[in-house]
Design a protein around this ligand. Sequence first.
Ligand SMILES: [Zn+2]
Length: 326
Amino acid sequence: MAKRVSDAPGSRRRGTPRSCYNGPVAMVGDRDAALRSTLFARLDALAGTSVDRTVRSADVNKLEVDGRTFQVIGQSGIRRVAGLDAALSFTTVFRAPGAARPYEDGIGPDGLLRYKYRGTDPDHADNRALRRAMELRVPMAYFVGVAPGVYMPIWPVYLVAEDRARHEFSVAVDESQLLVDLDHLTEDRRRWVERTTRARLHQEQFRVLVLRAYDGTCAMCRLRHPELLDAAHILRDTHPRGLPVVPNGLALCKIHHAAYDQNIVGVRPDLGIEVRADILREVDGPMLRHGLQEMDGGRLVVPRSRYNHPDAAGLAERYEDFRAAG
Ligand SMILES: [Zn+2]
């Protein structure tokens, strides 16, 4: 278990492998606070008007506060602002499907998101700015790249601990996670923290990436209204391989998502669509006829990039589930 950093006045921070920062929280200057609250108001406005809550860097990147313009998304991934000690934002860059990310930001054993240092030098100016943000407990914005120049912003987030050996910070992606005592984490609480992180980060990112991969179109009926579309799991999220990644996803409208989850509609590994026999025999109105029965014998529309195609093994396993339900 991590050692707690002493918060006694004048005590030196010990070089613990993973230091939960519980030191004194310093006052943040007016300019710093004004910049952050202006940024969050801008993100509220921009993300609120986008169906998948993404923002374009061109729209968010020039922030005016007191007549000065600030850049919000840093080229290195970590954004420092001249005159302020604490970083304003950090970014996970977009990589085309199939390309590895330069840093693997994952979830730690305590359920919190990890964010890697820039490089490995803890005293690099960018890493110092992140550490200062942790010490000041200032709210930050996290930008997850989902396409070139397009980001899924998450705010406010907070850095709450640092692991110098692994070159990473722990991130609370939700204000409720700030209340968790990381030094005395019960298994129940740890699971809750992980669930919150996954919901806030992975599920939202899953929806954004799947809808983009399918060009905002239902893979079964071609409905092109992103506000009526979901990212459906092929292997369910309770399945060990039911990961929130595009090859385990299908962009489906609300009705086809529910029908797929309920095994009313199935997809074969060759992408053929089948409707369950008892549903085909039913007689009812236009939603049953056009919305469900006419899907039978159709073919799933898949993304152009083969990296985004639904995984054939996942489809096969899921199709067995559908067959068993029939
Ligand atoms: Zn549909």
